[in-house]
Design a binder for this molecule. Structure first.
Ligand code: UGA
Length: 436
């Protein structure tokens, strides 16, 4: 394997994982961010996000001299010292948030392109790892205005909470470029991983990311709709999805019903693909239905809680288990738990919450929710306890002890996480999703 000199622009979930993992594969990596405080922390080996294995890789990479952190894209690309060879590959890992009307906001990609275009060494390759609309590689190439610099699309498929594992054990590597040699150079960075590799054109590669995330979103909306139907017909969605999942064309993964799908990726990418479809004059009815099903899902969860506390949420004390968008992360962005919490509050409920990934109140995110640092505080005098995030440790809570402090022994489990028998033995009534 060739060792390459790589710059990674942006040290969020994707950038930091990409930089640390590429360094662990033997490459020389310099990561840049505009946030000076974040870079100062990283230089001290402090990783600002909860991501298993990431801190260890950052420490190892820095100790081996293969991983550096600098402020600003230009400092990553300009020579670091007389002895350093020029950067050969530049990864753009900057945010592409939901902009006006749901379209991806490409301001950060464009700003970096402007900043670095005159600094890029001759013949280097710029790689777009951020999720961007079809045509962005071509647009970036135009913005750079450099005939000698190829722009490659190489979407990331990392899940938060298992990003390092996913990077080092990928199901596939997708690399798209209209210049075959540049695509091959990028694919070669990952050769040690031995993953199936698709070399394609830039537009198809950019589309793969949207196609995959929107398919996953659709799969979850399908399961959530199926759960509702199971409730009406007296079937059990667990049994149904298990039976479906043995079909290898369907698989067992991503079939768990919940309070709706969220996070920083699936909602943003489904809205962006809706925009892309509309702009192309295509009515993507399947996607519209998936989004609508998801919007309904939080309301269904609120209905369950309201029913569990006797028909009105006004002045009811509700203890929430979980706030993050899924277990294993500290990320609250677009969390379905927060959507349900906001709707409960809008009907007059008093909310307290416990989440192992979120230790205090986060302004603008947890407004109106008292965040406790231990679970008894939220169960005390609660009219209902509502499970919103699937943290495994909730299964092992001392439910008989919680039964002693709760005002009303009712649990609404929007993740079907808990063992109903354990709960019932502790004296709780248990309500799940898609089952009786
Ligand atoms: C998602 C994709 O799974 C990754 O492949 C992709 O790389 C990433 O977006 C991205 O675009 O960067 P992530 O946002 O980390 O990853 O979260 P997921 O694990 O996909 O979960 C998304 C939502 O679906 C969460 O709210 C989760 O609780 C929910 N979910 C997931 C369910 O309700 N049921 C399931 O069976 C699985």
């Amino acid at each position: 394997m060739f060792v390459r000199r790589i710059a990674v622009i942006g040290t969020g979930y994707v950038g930091l994982t990409t930089g640390a993992c590429l360094a662990s594969l033997g490459h020389d990596v310099v990561c840049a961010d505009v946030d000076e405080q974040k870079i100062a922390k990283l230089r001290r080996g402090e990783v600002p996000i909860l991501e298993p294995g990431l801190a260890e890789l950052v420490t190892e990479g820095m100790a081996a001299g293969r991983l550096k952190f600098v402020v600003g894209a230009r400092n990553a690309i300009a020579p670091q010292g007389d002895s350093d060879d020029p950067i050969e590959v530049v990864f753009l890992c900057v945010p592409t948030p939901m902009g006006e009307g749901g379209a991806a906001d490409l301001a950060a990609v464009e700003a970096v392109a402007h900043e670095v275009r005159d600094l890029l060494p001759r013949g280097c390759v710029v790689v777009n790892k951020s999720t961007v609309p079809v045509g962005t590689a071509a647009r970036t190439k135009q913005l750079l205005g450099r005939r000698d610099v190829a722009v490659v699309s190489n979407p990331e498929f990392l899940r938060e909470g298992s990003a390092v594992h996913d990077f080092l054990n990928p199901d596939r590597i997708v690399v798209g470029c209209d210049q075959q040699d540049a695509a091959e150079r990028v694919a070669a960075l990952y050769s040690r991983l031995g993953a199936p590799t698709l070399l394609t054109d830039a537009a198809s590669s950019e589309m793969v990311k949207y196609a995959a995330n929107c398919f996953l979103a659709m799969k979850l909306s399908y399961v959530n709709a199926m759960a509702e139907l199971c409730e009406r017909l007296g079937a059990d969605v667990h049994e149904v999805t298990e039976g479906m999942g043995y079909d290898r064309r369907i698989g067992q993964a991503f079939l768990k019903p919940g309070p709706g799908w969220g996070g920083s990726c699936l909602p943003k990418d489904t809205h962006a693909l809706m925009q892309i479809s509309e702009a192309a004059g295509f009515d993507f009815a399947l996607l519209t239905a998936s989004l609508e099903t998801n919007e309904r899902q939080s309301g269904r969860m609120v209905d369950k809680v309201r029913a569990a506390v006797g028909g009105s949420l006004a002045n009811k004390r509700i203890g929430l288990l979980g706030l993050t968008f899924k277990a294993g992360t500290d990320d609250l962005r677009d969390s379905p738990a927060l959507t349900v919490a906001a709707a409960l509050r809008a009907e007059g409920a008093e909310l307290s919450a416990y989440d192992p990934g979120c230790s205090g109140e986060v302004p603008g995110m947890t407004d109106g929710i008292t965040v406790a640092d231990e679970v008894t505080a939220i169960a005390k005098d609660a009219d209902a306890i509502v499970v919103l995030t699937e943290w495994p440790e909730f299964r092992a809570l001392d439910w008989p002890a919680l039964a002693k402090v709760a005002a009303n022994r009712t649990v609404v489990d929007t993740r079907n996480l808990l063992d109903p028998d354990v709960l019932r033995r502790a004296g709780f009534s248990w309500v799940g999703v898609g089952c009786r």
